[in-house]
Ligand binder design. Structure first.
Ligand code: NA7
Length: 538
């Protein structure tokens, strides 16, 4: 059942809050609600916790933010006791971490797995949300939190004959919870973003042959991942507060990121030395080597030239190296952080298939057809990405006051005040909707910030004996305009990317992310401190 009329039929139970999703956000939201003595149920589509880190279990899956920073900070004992083993955590380790958090704070009892929420409908009569699942649950709630993620809706490529493939086909974002043995197999990887680039080095270790179908080359920088030195870990734990505080002052909420060095203000040899040092240090901090890389095309090009030179140095075959070289603005699409990606192309069993000019024509039962050639394959790995930011919000039937449909708004004029709350959708919260910093930041701290903001908002509401809160239309519009103005003035609009929705046919082309953690935090805090004037409170 999902229509507004059916929502009037009897409801089995009422809780204070429903949380949708058991990733970093869902787990922390549940913790906070329970701590405040609220009755709460969490529904999760997967059969375990982790969210993105549950589903993206492909070989080589790893976070591109350092493990010591990509972790919760709400509980000091938790951050002191958990021992990360690597500089960048692998997917299994992040999953173990989230499972540990669930156990430590005794959250499992309120979670229901293998349950997809199908509809979230506001009942104008009672002022409550009616939530339904594919398991037949029907629950009423005062608050509903969509912890559904911003990179959680995988997309299948629009390639003819996809269903006809006779071998095995897996999407990296929906990877089965099992180890796939690639030994001796002919593998095709479609897509060369982070997911495709991360799985190539792993899969090519055992596969007989790997063909990488590249439409657009990405800028890849080494992670320089390594076991985490216990002394470094101990030092960071001793200084955690200072490190976390510094991260809040940087654009992406990551401690590396503060520099006033200008690429165009130094001689080329000196600039080169800085780029080399960043390359050797590894990670997304590469684009923070100079302050002006995001402000000036000329400065940006100096970083692009450096990476192209690295590609030519690493890859033996000059033709392959040239095809791997991107020519757009670095940082315009998400930088790919991976070890041994370019090196993999020196393996005799790895071949780059450039489909930029001659696209994949179709998938045939035996493999991938490009031009006159069929690339015979046993398994196809679809590393073709996500319907980002709004994707998860449009896959659930969500209706607000007077039956306003969220999906229609997300597909026509996507916006949300702070990326967290939607006008006409009272007491409905998310963290990484349109207008949040989301994928331009270290997601875990930003999630904590957003959830804390929500909890303060709910406390304010209840303290005043009020029942509902939702953004005023003009405040939501002003926020969206600010996000848009920042985008127009930036280099992000100069290329095609999932940030802009370019990868999803029919999606409005709009840059939906707020740029800059400190300003975001300041503006959200001000909205609360000024007494929630930007909201309708009833
Ligand atoms: P991305 O970064 O969106 O990458 C998807 C890749 O799939 C990208 O290279 C696409 O090429 C490619 N793609 C999609 N459809 C096709 C077709 N039809 N033919 C050839 N190639 C295709 O997703 P990821 O999963 O790698 O990474 C997402 C985020 O997860 C990442 O930014 C990190 O934050 C973690 P295109 O560029 O569109 O030409």
């Amino acid at each position: 059942m999902s229509s507004a009329d059916e929502a009037l039929s009897p409801v089995v139970s009422h809780v204070d809050a429903i949380v949708v999703g058991a990733g970093f956000m869902g787990v922390y939201t549940l913790y906070r609600f329970l701590k405040q003595g609220k009755s709460v149920r969490l529904f999760e589509k997967g059969s375990g916790v982790g969210g993105t880190w549950f589903w993206n279990s492909y070989p080589g899956a790893r976070c591109d933010v350092e493990s010591m920073e990509y972790s919760y900070q709400f509980d000091d004992a938790l951050q002191q006791e958990w021992e990360w083993t690597e500089r960048y955590a692998s997917q299994p380790e992040i999953r173990r971490y989230i499972e540990h958090v669930v156990d430590r704070f005794d959250l499992a009892g309120n979670m229901q797995f293998d349950t997809a929420v199908t509809s979230v409908i506001f009942d104008d009569e009672t002022g409550h949300w009616i939530i339904e699942t594919d398991n037949g649950d029907r629950v009423s709630a005062t608050y509903c939190v969509l912890a559904t993620g911003c990179l959680s809706q995988p997309i299948m490529p629009n390639i003819e004959g996809l269903e006809s493939f006779s071998g095995r086909m897996e999407h990296t974002g929906l990877w089965p919870d099992e180890d796939i043995d690639f030994t001796g197999l002919r593998v095709g990887i479609i897509g060369t973003g982070s997911s495709g680039a991360q799985c190539l080095p792993e899969i090519s270790k055992t596969a007989a042959q790997v063909k990488v179908f590249q439409r657009t080359p990405a800028y890849c920088v080494p992670s320089q991942n390594r076991p985490l030195d216990p002394d470094v870990q101990a030092y960071m734990k001793q200084n955690y507060k200072k490190i976390r505080d510094k991260a809040w002052t940087t654009r992406a909420g990551i401690r590396y990121g503060l520099t006033d060095r200008m690429a165009l203000e130094m001689p080329p040899e000196e600039r080169e030395r800085y780029f080399e040092a960043s390359w050797q240090r590894g990670g997304i901090g590469f684009t923070a080597t100079f302050f002006d890389l995001f402000d000036s095309l000329e400065a940006n090009e100096t970083a692009c030239v450096f990476v192209r030179k690295k590609i030519h140095e690493i890859v033996d075959d000059p033709v392959t190296a040239e095809k791997l070289c991107p020519h757009d603005v670095i940082g315009c699409r998400r930088l790919v952080v991976v070890n041994d990606y370019y090196e993999s192309f020196n393996r005799p069993n790895v071949e780059l298939i450039d489909v930029s000019e001659k696209p994949i024509e179709r998938i045939a039962p035996g493999g991938v057809v490009v031009g006159d050639e069929t690339h015979e394959l046993d398994i196809i790995v679809l590393a073709t990405g996500f319907d980002a930011i709004t994707g998860a919000l449009t896959r659930i039937d969500i209706r607000g006051r007077n039956g306003v449909v969220l999906k229609e708004r997300m597909l026509s004029d996507p916006k949300a005040l702070m990326g967290m709350m939607f006008s006409d959708f009272p007491n409905l919260f998310t963290a990484n909707g349109p207008g949040a910093v989301a994928a331009l930041s270290n997601m875990v701290p930003m999630i904590e910030f957003s959830v804390d903001w929500m909890m303060d908002c709910i406390a304010y509401l209840e303290r005043d004996g009020k029942k509902t809160i939702e953004p005023k239309h003009d405040a939501e519009d002003a926020w969206a305009k600010h996000v848009d103005d920042m985008a127009t003035a930036s280099l992000y609009v100069s290329c095609s990317s999932y940030y802009l929705g370019d990868n999803v046919p029919g999606k409005p082309r709009k840059f939906l992310l707020f740029q800059g953690v400190p300003e975001y935090v300041e503006m959200c805090t001000a909205l609360a401190n000024e007494g929630y004037k930007a909201f309708n409170v009833e």
